[in-house]
Every structure is written in C-alpha cells, then in structure tokens.
Design a protein around this ligand. Sequence first.
Ligand SMILES: [Zn+2]
Length: 895
Amino acid sequence: MHRTLLSAAVALALAALPALHAQAAPASAATSAAAQATTQLPRGVIPSHYDISLTPDLASNSFAGRATITIKVTEATDSITLNAADLKFGSASLSPAAGGAAVNATTSVDNAAQTATFRLEKPVAPGMYRLALDYSGVIGTQAVGLFSLDYPGTGGNEGKTQRALFTQFENSDARRMIPSWDEPAYKASFTLDVTVPAGQMAVSNMPAAATATLPDGRKKVSFAKSPKMSTYLLFLSAGDFERATTKVDGTELGVITRRGAIDQAKFALDSSSAILREYNDYFGVRYPLPKLDNVAGPGQSQFFGAMENWGAIFTFEYALLLDPAISTQHDRQEVFATAAHEMAHQWFGDLVTMRWWDDLWLNEGFASWMESRMTARLHPEWKTGMNAVGSRDAAMARDSVAATHPVVQHIETVEQASQAFDVITYQKGEAVIRMLEAYVGEDAWRSGVRAYMKAHAWGNTVSDDLWKQIEKAARKPVTSIAHDFTLQPGVPLVRVGEPVCKNNSTTVALTQEEFSRDRPEKKPLAWRVPVIAQIAGNAKSASTLVAGGKGSITLPGCGAVVVNAGQSGYYRTLYAPKEFAQLAQAFATLAPIDQIGLLADSASLGMAGLQPASDVLDLAKSTPAGAEPQVWQRIAGVLAGFHARYQGANLEQNARQKAFDAFAIARLAPVMAQVGWTAHPGEASTVANLREQLISVLSELGDAGTVAEARRRYAAMDSDPSAVPGPLRKTILAVVARNADAATWDGLHKRAQLEKTPLLKTNLYMMLAIAADRGLAQRALDLALSDEPAQTTSAGMISAVAGRYPDLAFDFALANQEKINQRVDAPSRSRYFARLAGGSSDPAMVGKLNAYAGANLAPSARGDVEAAIASIQDRVKVKKERMPEIDAWLAKNAR
Ligand SMILES: [Zn+2]
C-alpha cells in the first residue's frame, strides 16, 4: 500500500522542490533536510524507474546489459551524469517518456569519479524522459559488484569447477552492474531480467514473473517490478541452486544454497520464520515484499559476511549453513544472529533508509542492537545478553583514542563511506541504543520505533527523525543524551566517590570525566550519562542522569557499590582502591554480566594506568570455578591478552611470558578439567563455547597436555571418527596447525587440496596461515598468492598470518601490492593494509604505515591507518609502562 506514495503523481508533486531527494519521505522535516543531502552527482535529474536486461557470460567473466531509465529532468540541461564503474557504453539515447523521437547522446566516462556523462546536441526542457543505454561490464572474482564464486563440483559434477553468480552493492557498487544514480536517497523501482543457462536458478529481490526459453536453449527470467528502493539493496544471483521455503504471515520465506547443501540451511530457515513473526509484531509494519530469500554463497569477503538486499539477503555459507562435519555451537549462534541482523535491515535500512552515509549507524547500530535483542529473546538458553559487554568493549577500544570519530560523521567520498562500516558504527551504535532503551524503557522505545517506521516507510531519514519519535513516545528528553553520544566522539569515564551508608541506604557521588588512552591530559568532553547502580547482592537498583560533570545516586542497602549495574551504560567505571577491593571481595555475589563488566573495566583502565594493572588479576584469582562459563570465557580472554602483550623476541621477555603463562595455566586448567573434551549429553551451550575457548587459550599459553591431546585426536582422525567430533574440529585443527612442524603443515596442506566441501576447504587453508613457526607463516603467505586457494580465501589467509606476524604480513603485502589489490574486494582496499599492521608492537611500523598512507590513500581515507597507528603506540606504551606491574604482582601472588 505504500507504493501508491511513489506513484508518478507524487513524484510530479514533489518535483518543484530543489532536491531530487525530496521524493524520499512524506514528512515535511525530512524534505527540508533532504535539500542538504550530500551527493556526488549534479542535481536536476531524478530517476524513478530502471528497466534492466542482463546477459552474463560466465566463461568470459563479462556481461552485456541494456538499461532504460525513466527520469525526470527538473532543469533544462544538455547533459546527464550518473554513476558507472568499469562499464563500457555502446549506444545512448534519450526520448520523451510520453512518446516521440529519440535523440542520440555522446558518452564520456570519468573513471576516477565513477561517473558517465551523456551529452545531448541541444538542451532538453524539464519533463519526463527515458534514457536508453547499451553497455557491457565485468564479472569480478571478489565479492563486489556482479561477481562469481567457484567451488568444486560434487555428485554428478565431480572434477568440474562450479561457478555461481552473485551481487554485492553496498556501499557504492551497484554502478558496476547498472548505470545508475547510485546513492541511497535516489530511491527508484526496478524491473530486471536476466538470461541464464537452462538448468540454473536465477534469484533477485522480487519473485520471477515470467520465464521464457530462448532459441539457443538458455532461459530468460523476468522478475516482478520492485517497490521503490535504494540501488545498494538490489540483488541478482544465478547458479545450480536448491531452494527450501515456508510461509510466515503471508510471506514466502526461502533459503537458497548450492545443490546438495540445502539440508544444512534448515536451521537458518526455521530461525528466519521465528524472527519474521517477531519483527512483524515489533515494527508494527508487516514485511512489505511478497517473498524473502536468504541466499548462501561459498567463500568470504574482507568487507562483509552477509548483506540485507531487500527480499534477497546474501550470506556467506559460513554464516548460514550448519554442517555437522565442522559447525560449532558458536556457528549456530552466528547463523541465528546473522539472519536476525539482516532481517532487521529489511525494515531499518530497506524500508526506511538513511539519507546519506553520515547516518549509516541508523542502519547498522540498529540492526546490531536488534540482532542481540532477538537472539537473547528467542534463545535465552544461549545467555547471549552477556555478550553486550564484549561488543561494547570493542567499541571503546577504538573510541578511547584520538583517532576515533563520532557515530554520526560527515562522509564525502565512496572510500570514506566504506570505512564507516566499523566498530563505532556497529558496536558503539548498538551500545548507545541499548543505553537509551534502558533509559526510556522497553515499551516506550518500541512505540517510538513503530511511529518512526510508520512516518518514514519507503523514505529516507536522518538520526533526528528517530530521536523525535522516541522522545514523543517516551515523554522524556532523550535527544540531548543521544546527541552527546552520537555527535561527539569518545568514552565517558564515571569516577565513583566514597559511598556514605546511612539508615540502610547508600549515597555515592559520581563525577564524569573522559576515558582517553592517548590524551589523558585533554579537557574531558561533557556527556549527559544515564547511570544505573546497585548494592552488590541487593535486587533493587536505582538510576540517575549525571549531567554537567557531576551527580549522585542513592541506593537501597549498604555494601559494595556496583555502578553500571546490568552494563547497559556506554562508559567506563572507575572505583577508588578501597571500593574496588570491596567489590573484589563481593565478586562472587555479583550478577554474571556485572562480573564481566567489572573484568572489562578493570582490565582496560588498568592498561591505561588509571588503576593498578593487576586489579583484573585479583578478580581472576578470586573467581570461583563454578562461575558462569561466560565469565570464565572473559577471564580466559584477559589472560590470553596479557600473554600476547608479553610476546617478544628476547630471552628476558620469554622468561617473563613463561612465568605469566604458568599462572594462567594454573588458573584455567582446573576449569578445563571440569568442562572436559567430550560434550556431555544435554550440557549448556555456554559450556560448549567455553570448551572451544579454553582449548584454544590453553594451547596458546603452551599447556603441554592440551597440545598433546589435540595432536592425539588429530592423528586418530581418519581411523576414529569420534576423535575429532564436528563441533571441535576447527578448535582441534587450530591447535595442531598453530603448533605445526613442516611435516604436519604439509599434511594439512594435502587435506586442503583434497577437500571438496567449500566450508571445510576454506577452513583448512586458513589453518595453514596460523602456524606459529615463522618459516611456515612465510610459506602460507606465498601459498595465499598462488592460484591454489579459492579467490576469496587469499586475503583471509594473509590476515590470519597478520594475527601473529603483523610485520611479516604487512611487508609481504606491500611487496605484492598489485596482486593483493586483485584479491581484496574494492571497498576493503583502503583499509586492508592498516588492518594487517594494526596488531604490531614495533614502533617502526608507525613510519611504514605513514609512508604507505602517503603513497596510496587520499587524506580523507586514512581513518583506519590512524586507528592502527594509535593501537600500535598504545601497545608499545603498555608493554613498557604497565607490564612490569604484572610481573610484580606475579612475583607476589602466583604461587
Ligand atoms: Zn548490517
């Protein structure tokens, strides 16, 4: 029913407005805001419909296309400019939409700007026209634009490589398949047809409306006309596929996989049914398209794992299929969470779309929050609510250095838009939403979201459109808090004063500062911070808003004070030594999520020098063996982190590391003994996750028993299927691979070559890249750039080497830059090198990165490089200034 909004009459009525984006949203606030929308194209021409006909040629990795685009010219013009990348144009002509003679246009292409301009002999008057273009383009081998993925044939296709076709257009790559106004505010409808081999299935956003067999035996599939949508959400795929479907609330819900894998998509389909039902209710607007598919593709990307194309989600196999031969409990949770995320986008992103990339977080922060919310709601037994601390921590790590950026940031270029897909946009966005939801209450938040959906369906928005609706529903000033956390960067620090206990209630003063790891002397920014606190062990919490830098809170009961109880706040909490000691004493009585929160804050504040670095070890030491598995996972993570910080080439450092490892192993081994290598029937899923992590961390710490057991099981793998159960396969192989000698590495390599299943094959090649032996790491780098691994595996292998040898991987990539660029998807190119180097502890890397950036990156595209440099400098500083405290603590406490 919303489609009527987008009829020609509405388009005409809005045509007089200065910006073409005016058609986006019915609300008047949105139309005035639209005039300021950033665009890289000249204003004055507005597309309303694309008719696209494509003929891919998989053998030559190219395609032929014809586009007829209905446009409205709002000012007389003799040229029309749109986006096009790697397209070659044939004929181009313009004709009046109402009928009449076509005039030919001459075409020029600007490769740097990714545009094509069609010049007319004389200017055309304002009005409706059709622009008809013949063109051809490239089918890529990385997941961007129109691309193919190859995989080994099985069954009747044994020995033959199979090739399937997919698209990936976010953020700005629809222009690689369709000459288009490729910006999110230019919503238009699409009618697409594609010619494919007779036996293949073709998939797009809409269901097929007609299929015709051509004289040469191929078939032409014409898809139904789409509603108005942004170009980045278009999708097309074709291959030897299978599809399974179910019906939910009148929508046909499907999963699509390569032939033979459809059974492994059952969990994804079942999960999607439950999720769709919940979303139809939550958003208050029914899912608007006739069908919703989730299409699996083999391989991986450096940029994304799944994409929310409207009505046709794309997901890499590792996040959609569950293969009993290799999938873990964690994979199961990922499959669910990924589907929940992409399906949330069907509303937040697809139905209501950010006006421009400045507000990308409206898509990603919201979908991340919804994914967590939905997982916790439909699978309470997974206890994923506790993961909120980990995801907040990831955001704070990036957000506590000068090289961070606000959640809402101004974007100018395509590269900047690509770089905006980061931990600030996703995880900080999610954390801010969680905090604001806790502040206004679940019901008010949902009412606000429903009103926002209703007001802006089919349109484009900015962040304030959301705040306006939430504030109206909550009857509470939320916009100002939202602005503090989204328009300015950084992490607030809440310092907890000395509590005063009187008449069985406690009052404590709170001071707001800023948590900065590289500019501790800077004047703190000001935030209005919603704070929830309680007395440890007391069921009742209290809340307050710390504003103007100061506040206080009164809590029922007396005892150890827990600030940020429930961990919904986006800030670090700093206690004075006495209060921290009291909390450490009461640690076992805290809610598990607060135990994790306290571990996270004390680890991070300790490394920043704001509290003793060893405080977190006091907590680790006093954690009872029976604590929640996720608390132990966090402790294992903290200990693994310290182990890595000791990493170094000299003997003295090795000795210090060994002393630390002995403590860490002594702490974790008893927990591992409790958990055991064999899953108990009916055990909690959190135990399965802990088992994986403990095996991995203990082996990394050099625990001989763990390494020996993994090796024993690996050696028995071919004769005894129970030696390496599917859910432990990746973990066991990783231990073997990390500790591999040349013969073991060759054995794994052989397995990788022989393996046919894409998921298992990719995993084996990745295993080759994690060997601790430097010579083997070098061999993995060389192998990555050979023709042997799948096209999308190479970049992943080099990244995996960088996990242990960032300097080796960076130098190698730099020496092979041209080859690397062919194997990294375009949107990741400006970030890939920075990510390789970001784990380095070598001060010399800073100079290397700067030199790389100077030679290769536009100044506006250096955000990732700056973040990597900040992270290297922090690591160097911590190693020198903080780690001696850990040594001293160990000398006193280890035994
Ligand atoms: Zn997303």
